[in-house]
Design a protein around this ligand. Structure first.
Ligand code: SF4
Ligand code: SF4
Length: 373
């Protein structure tokens, strides 16, 4: 976000509501952080001045607790259980429906979502990287998923730099954070007196222009840049490399898979919170009167028994092979599909695993030793 410092503006703290107000005037439904069930989630803002201050999230393997930020910042929290995946790839949605008409003939109709224009305030660099991966999956050349596209095109993304990463974050080692570099309409870096603000799209430029802000000073830009470097240096977890394909695929019979399987509950929490997982199932929901049916797409998990079920047998009948599938797809074979790893270092799967399984620890254990016979 600092590649063109002459275009950076300064948004005083007292004017943050003016940004939200402008987005609302443009017709965006504005989503910002809110507390629900003890965690930070993205919810609609009713009031332009309604963004909460002073929230922080303490995270560790199997642990997530909200605390107060002593500096009362707007964006001191590292992340919540969901990134922005649900806004583009809905957890459950209808793809098509079928009805029997008066003549008894089945009539099929596509169902497209009524996607409102949404501005999401507080998107993290790792979330943007994850969304780029979701785009690669759902919108490849010549094969566009209409439901995903309909939602995705309506998003206006206000990213924020992470000044204080969670203890489970490792985006610096995956190259995806903590400072946003691409994929946003606006990016903010929060300083004590306000925000260094940068536009990343024509839409973002138009919003900044309408706010008539002063240019950010070189000192403010340097402070924001340094803040990002300090946040990267503060991360205590990491992966040993950005391409672990050979390291993992050459260890498919490593005894560590049995050890992790003994702890893993196959609950699928890690998949549910992962911003890059895109597996889904399709199910039919017929009406009780037998006259109509809806065809639904729902998020699915490779930890579920049915996920590995092929005709007549299951290719992943135990937890060992399911955990191995998840980790090796995410960190190894994703390179074959998308040219990079499927992990953006958000750390959600570590914090939200009920037994505290930490993929950085698993990878370290798997790759520390020589290849097993
Ligand atoms: S694998 Fe874990 S750390 Fe990596 S992107 Fe998914 S949830 Fe985040
Ligand atoms: S690794 Fe943790 S979150 Fe994932 S399925 Fe196993 S127990 Fe559940």
């Amino acid at each position: 976000m600092f590649s063109q410092p002459d275009r950076a503006r300064f948004l005083p703290l007292a004017q943050l509501h003016a940004l939200v107000s402008r987005l609302m005037q443009l017709g965006y439904q504005c989503l910002g952080p809110a507390v629900e069930n003890g965690a930070i989630v993205m919810r609609e803002l009713d009031d332009p001045a309604g963004l909460p201050r002073g929230l922080q999230a303490e995270q560790a393997p199997g642990r997530y607790r909200l605390t107060r930020d002593p500096h009362n910042r707007y964006f001191a929290w590292a992340n919540g259980p969901q990134a922005i995946k649900p806004q583009a790839f809905a957890a459950k949605e209808s793809l098509w429906r079928v009805e029997r008409d008066d003549a008894g003939t089945l009539q099929f109709a596509a169902v497209l979502p009524a996607a409102p224009a949404q501005a999401i305030i507080g998107v993290r660099a790792c979330d943007l990287a994850a969304l780029a991966l979701q785009d690669a999956h759902f919108l490849p050349d010549g094969r566009r998923d209409a439901h995903y596209a309909q939602r995705r095109e309506q998003l206006f993304l206000v990213a924020v730099q992470c000044a204080e990463p969670g203890a489970t974050c490792f985006c610096a080692s995956t190259g995806d954070g903590p400072t946003p570099t691409a994929g946003y309409d606006l990016a903010l870096a929060e300083l004590a007196e306000g925000f260094v603000a940068v536009a990343g799209s024509a839409k973002g430029n138009a919003v900044l222009d309408a706010l008539s802000l002063s240019p950010a000073t070189p000192q403010q830009i340097e402070a924001a840049r340094q803040q990002g470097q300090d946040a990267a240096a503060a991360q205590t977890r990491s992966l040993p490399g950005r391409n672990l394909r050979e390291a993992l695929m050459s260890r498919l019979e490593h005894p560590r898979w049995d050890e992790v399987a003994a702890r893993c509950l196959a609950c699928g929490n890690c998949v549910a919170v992962c911003p890059t997982c895109f597996c889904h199932a399709e199910v039919d929901e017929p009406a009780l009167d037998g006259q109509s049916s809806r065809h639904e797409r729902v998020w699915d998990s490779c930890f579920g028994e049915a996920h590995g079920h092929l005709h007549g047998f299951n290719v992943r009948s135990d937890i060992r092979t399911r955990y191995r599938q998840w980790l090796t797809h995410k960190l190894a074979t994703w390179h074959d599909q998308f040219g990079r790893s499927g992990c953006v270092g958000c750390g959600r799967c570590i914090a939200w695993c009920p037994v505290g399984i930490d993929l950085t620890e698993e990878v370290a254990a798997l790759t520390a030793s020589e290849v097993q016979p």
